[in-house]
Design a protein around this ligand. Structure first.
Ligand SMILES: *Cc1c(COP(=O)(O)O)cnc(C)c1O
Length: 380
């Protein structure tokens, strides 16, 4: 029997899934007058920033969101000409590059306004302001907000920039009953009123991430910033309305070796697992050097031959072992670490639970020597 050529270990990204997810998110929020900013920071949560951005644009996303100016400029280099917002800068960053390329930059403080002012040479900058409504991360405090909006208005009046957006970010949106959500939304509305009194008329006001977009319609405003849901992962598993999100990432590798070990065999470094009876072991050529969490040792499962198989012993830098029991397997057999779950394989969420983390971290960290393959091929 001829077999398909064996594939190298790879991250398979279903760009059609990203496109459909973004379409579903847009269908959900556009009746409220909102639209979707697809967040593609951190290399598209591990899915590839340029390709994920392309899928988002193909679904009609009017905005992309990234953390750094560098990420925004990378998208411009790749040919993206649409609206892009970035929000995390350090002093001395390439603000001028962002302003020149029409990227919306975010200021948290008067000091950052000065950086933007220094970066403007011709066309007014597109500037958004972030208010901290209770995450205590970036953004102006409520106390500093009146001075920030006044200075921002002055810069608008002298032609330095246009204030295109005002925004904030939730701390607990994946816990819809958490009282902080209501408090933050009220604080955001206060901040918007303050900005309006100062004379600011932003194009977009936005607060919601994926979880809030799904669970808190009152927070949708003009725009929702969806990262994780765009990649098909449920931001609040068990709580979110089911809108048919499809996980876009699978991680697969061919089996290196299958062999039988006797009862009492110690498996992998430190012998944290010992075979209770004779069993088959399969060697998988991926490890923490490729982003496989070391915490997956003895807890996570993989898919091989139509069955979930437990990982045995520690994850090494380049390899780990799975229990085959009495089943036959041969080198080259496909091992799926995680995927959409449609065939019964583990999901990124299953891995997250096994490892004591969140699926955001599982998909974002996969990399190292893994290569990415985009489906459909050549769609990037
Ligand atoms: C990462 C990020 C998002 C996206 O959050 P998800 O939970 O992935 O939807 C939205 N806004 C900001 C400011 C972020 O940093």
């Amino acid at each position: 029997m001829s077999r398909d050529p064996v594939r190298r270990p790879e991250i398979v990204v279903d760009l059609g899934a990203i496109r459909r997810n973004v379409g579903r998110l847009r269908d959900l929020v556009t009746p409220d007058g909102a639209d979707v900013m697809v967040v593609v920071k951190a290399d598209g949560y591990g899915h590839g920033i340029v390709e994920s951005a392309g899928a988002a644009r193909a679904a009609g996303a009017p905005w992309l969101g990234v953390a750094t100016i560098e990420e925004a400029l990378l998208l411009r280099e790749a040919g993206d000409t649409g609206r892009i917002l970035c929000w995390l800068t350090v002093p001395g960053d390439d603000w001028a590059g962002a302003v020149d390329r029409g990227v919306d930059v975010t200021a948290y403080s008067l000091a950052e306004l000065e950086e933007v002012r220094a970066a403007v040479t011709g066309t007014p900058a597109r500037l958004q302001l972030k208010v901290d409504t209770g995450l205590s991360r970036g953004g102006s405090t409520a106390q500093d907000w009146p001075a920030l909006v006044a200075a921002a208005r002055a810069g608008e009046a002298d032609g330095t920039w246009r204030v295109t957006g005002i925004w904030s970010h939730f701390a607990c949106s994946d816990e819809p009953e958490h009282p902080a959500n209501q408090r933050q939304e009220a604080a955001f509305r206060d901040a918007l009123e303050g900005a309006a009194r100062a004379g600011l008329r932003p194009e977009v006001r936005h607060l919601a991430n994926s979880a809030a977009a799904l669970l808190r319609p009152s927070s949708r405003l003009d725009l929702v910033r969806c990262g994780i849901a765009s990649y098909g992962l449920d931001p609040a598993p068990g709580l979110s309305p089911q809108i048919g999100l499809e996980p876009a990432m699978s991680v697969t590798a061919p089996l290196v070796l299958a062999k039988r070990v006797p009862a009492g065999a110690g498996v992998s470094y430190g012998h944290t697992w010992t075979a209770p009876g004779e069993t088959g072991l399969g060697l998988v050529p991926l490890g923490y050097g490729d982003g496989v969490p070391r915490h997956a040792g003895n807890t996570a499962e993989v898919w091989l031959g139509g069955v979930r198989r437990p990982i045995r012993g520690r994850i090494c830098m380049d390899q780990f072992l799975v229990d085959l029991g009495e089943d036959e397997a041969v080198p080259g057999d496909e091992v799926v670490l995680f995927g959409s779950g449609a065939a019964g394989e583990p999901t990124a969420d299953d891995w997250a639970r096994a490892c004591g983390t969140i699926h955001y971290e599982i998909v974002t960290r996969m990399g190292g020597r893994l290569r990415r393959r985009f489906v459909p091929e050549g769609a990037a």
